[in-house]
Design a protein around this ligand. Structure first.
Ligand SMILES: Nc1ncnc2c1ncn2[C@@H]1O[C@H](COP(=O)(O)OP(=O)(O)O)[C@@H](O)[C@H]1O
Ligand SMILES: [Mg+2]
Length: 311
């Protein structure tokens, strides 16, 4: 079934900064429709991994492959198939919410010559892009803010516009690097529910027999958030038993946790008690420097489940 098609794969991905090895041999496989949360201790290499996937900083070893329509392409630089949103939103302050979201479409679908020489055609195109942007913003419950400029919006609203800016390009995978890190708790929760809405849209698509439209990888250091918003939690950590691969000192962080997470609907309460056990498991496997288990101990299960379950 299409829902299980691999979209992103990293093979033997390793990275060093000078002599400091940060990432060790990451083999990762993200399937269409998954909302995967990546957690790990501060400085373990989460952003480094995302930058390798985005293509701005290629890995020293190994590769990243994006598959579309059954054809895999090795990532060699940034591309529209991967969207990214960072903690600090990157909106144009002189454009309204709608214009910010429509901007990528305009740059993508028209040339400078169109803008200068085919003005009527260009105006019609711009109207369509703005209409598409407005519809997306309304779906993200920003219908009241279409004409507002970033300085007139709250941090949470700006971050929702930034997510819409990435989503409108229909990336094969949306990457989020601690996107809610700068927001207060209530706003964070609102934004978490936006991700649950994306998951619900995936489920609706699968019910209709369509491929799920959203595949997301979100980096967060908040374990509750990771479990709440995702259907799969990945743990990246330097705390693992690297002696088992014949190393004399830590060769960097690798994937030490890969298990399914319970799925919540956008209106569900955030019942943290329900996943207390999984939280403790993640704390132990990923964040505890004294618990250096085999990197396979918490990753085998997900490998089996990923092969069987559809979202
Ligand atoms: N450009 C760089 N040059 C040297 N070291 C870096 C650079 N970027 C990141 N690092 C180091 O690599 C490690 C991983 O960084 P990062 O990927 O930002 O971690 P995380 O996102 O998990 O907090 C850290 O020890 C950081 O200091
Ligand atoms: Mg980071």
């Amino acid at each position: 079934m299409t829902a299980r098609e691999t979209i992103l794969q990293t093979t033997g991905l390793s990275h060093w900064f000078g002599r400091h090895r940060v990432l060790f041999h990451l083999n990762l496989d993200i399937r269409r429709g998954q909302i995967a949360a990546l957690v790990g201790p501060s400085g373990c290499g989460k952003s480094t991994l995302l930058r390798a996937i985005v293509g701005t900083h290629p890995p020293c070893e190994g590769r990243v492959v994006i598959t579309r329509g059954g054809t895999g392409t090795v990532v060699q630089g940034p591309g529209r198939d991967r969207g990214i949103v960072y903690q600090r939103y990157s909106l144009f302050p002189h454009l309204t919410a709608v214009e910010n979201v429509a901007y990528g479409l305009m740059v993508d679908r028209s040339t400078v010559a169109d803008r200068l020489l085919r003005r009527r055609h260009w105006r019609e195109l711009r109207r369509c892009h703005r209409e598409e942007a407005a519809q997306l913003l309304e779906r993200m419950r920003l219908g009241d803010a279409l004409g507002r400029y970033p300085p007139e919006m709250s941090g949470g609203m700006c971050q929702r516009v930034a997510i819409a800016q990435a989503l409108i390009m229909k990336p094969d995978i949306l990457l989020l690097d601690e996107p809610f890190g700068a927001l207060d708790e209530a706003t964070r929760e609102e934004l978490q529910r936006v991700l649950l809405t994306l998951y619900a849209e995936n489920q609706e698509a699968v019910c209709r027999g369509d491929p799920p439209p959203h595949t997301v990888m979100i980096v967060t250091h908040e374990i509750n958030e990771a479990i709440f918003v995702s259907d799969r939690v990945l743990g990246l950590s330097q705390y693992w038993d690297w002696r088992e691969v014949g190393e004399k000192e830590c060769p960097g962080a690798t994937i030490v946790y890969d298990r399914p997470a319970p799925v919540f609907a956008p209106g569900d309460p955030r019942d943290f008690l329900a996943f207390r056990e999984q939280k403790e498991e993640i704390l132990r496997a990923v964040f505890d420097p004294h618990h250096c288990q085999s990197h396979r101990e918490y990753t085998e299960l997900a490998a089996q489940v990923a092969g069987k379950a559809a979202p």
